[in-house]
Design a protein around this ligand. Structure first.
Ligand code: CAA
Length: 379
């Protein structure tokens, strides 16, 4: 169990904190308001090695590992939760390629993804297949040298900006979960159409779109692994993705705590700063304690991943606890701000909106509980 960061991990944290403070923090409110995708910042983050943190150096990545990745993502989310989800999903899209793709696919896609020259997305969810991806209907039919993909994916983060999309589609209509396969679909592939763009409550600077596949012609060589491996590939990627969302949640929660503390130390009522009242102190104490617990859960899951141990249960625990905490922290931070917190003049208004989705995407809290409970009780 890891309690002390290595000097390298500490360095990553400080470097990203400094970067986020200069490059993200001053612009995040405006980006949220205007729904501006952080394309230029993402390129800079690529240059710093933040877009391929799990990718080893031979494929252009920093190979920094999951603990460093979590620390970096926490810092990015602290400054801008929208940018954090862009980073998280692009890093997530590298996992199926890293662990299941051929050498040729790795050479072709990992290097540009790792350096931020390409952005990645991950397309699983469909209108009738959310928590239950095994029921997806998007199908990929074999033709001579290619697959024809038809169907719709929704809520795809980075969807309209991504150069590389890992798409899960059905290759066998009889085989439920085992009938799914994973494909690399490049931007501009004929038949890939960017559909409805979602207008969201939070994370408004991130890109969330529908993807329509209309006789989308994907070369056979873009199949990842073997036919039928798609569900396993998606689940493996989501295990890592959940460490990412736990880290994003932690960044948001920390920002809530800092905003709450600073407001409580300056706002005066009844002749004293409100931080002098026990009602406020207890909210701050609970937030701080839960953040510490979520931090340890998250780094524990990340550490297991770095050690090559199984981390499915630990990632679900971290994601469940950290995302629920982010919502509680946002609620209390806004409560401490009173009426001011409900206005756009204060950062907590955005944090409150940004926190909300963390208990939903990459597996709802209910799905995380199911994963954890199955680990103890069986299916
Ligand atoms: N790693 C590897 N393999 C796994 C696995 C894991 N974590 N979890 C399950 N599997 C394997 C099982 O071993 C099983 O293999 P066999 O067929 O060989 O026996 C197979 O997958 C089927 O497993 P289950 O029977 O457990 O599958 P299930 O249908 O009961 O579903 C579930 C399990 C955990 C509920 C899963 O469906 C799930 O995680 N649902 C949530 C989906 C989700 O998170 N969606 C988010 C979409 S992405 C997103 O939000 C991205 C974004 O843009 C931000």
């Amino acid at each position: 169990m890891l309690f002390q960061l290595t000097s390298e991990q500490e360095m990553v944290r400080l470097m990203v904190r400094d970067f986020a403070k200069k490059e993200l923090e001053p612009f995040s409110a405006k980006r949220d308001e205007k729904e501006t995708f952080p394309a230029e910042v993402i390129k800079k983050m690529g240059g710093l090695g933040l877009m391929g943190m799990m990718i080893p150096p031979e494929y252009g990545g920093s190979g920094a590992g999951a603990v460093s990745y979590s620390l970096a993502l926490q810092e990015i989310a602290y400054a801008c939760a929208s940018t954090a989800v862009v980073m998280s999903v692009s890093n997530l899209s590298t996992e199926p390629i890293l662990h299941f793709a051929s050498e040729e696919q790795k050479q072709k896609y990992l290097v540009p993804l790792a350096t931020g020259r390409m952005l990645g997305a991950f397309a699983v969810t469909e209108p009738d297949a959310g928590s239950d991806p095994g029921s997806m209907r998007t199908r990929a039919e074999t033709r001579s040298d290619h697959y024809l993909i038809n169907g719709r994916k929704i809520f795809i983060t980075n969807g309209s900006h991504a150069d590389v999309i890992v798409v899960i589609a059905r290759t066998d209509s009889q085989a439920s979960n085992r009938g799914l396969s994973a494909f690399i679909v490049e931007k501009g592939t004929p038949g890939l159409i960017i559909g409805k763009r979602e207008e969201k409550l939070g994370l408004r600077a991130s890109d969330t779109v529908e993807l329509v596949f209309d006789d989308c012609r994907v070369p056979r060589k873009n199949l990842i692994g073997r036919e039928g491996q798609g569900f396993k590939i998606a689940m493996t990627a989501l295990d890592s993705g959940r460490i990412g969302i736990a880290s994003q949640s932690l960044g948001i929660a920390r920002a809530c705590l800092d905003e709450a503390v600073s407001y409580a130390q300056s706002r005066r009522q009844f002749g004293r700063v409100i931080g002098a009242f026990q009602a406020i102190q207890w909210m701050v104490a609970d937030m701080a304690t839960e953040i510490e617990a979520a931090y340890l859960l998250t780094l524990h899951a990340a550490d297991r991943k770095d050690l090559g141990e199984s981390f499915t249960r630990e990632a679900s625990m971290a994601k469940l606890f950290a995302s629920e905490l982010a919502n509680r922290a946002a609620y209390h931070a806004l409560q401490i701000h009173g009426g001011y917190g409900y206005t756009k003049d204060y950062k907590v208004e955005r944090l409150y909106r940004d926190a909300r989705v963390t208990t939903i995407y990459e597996g709802t809290s209910e799905i995380q509980r199911l994963v954890i409970a199955r680990d103890y009780l069986g299916k």
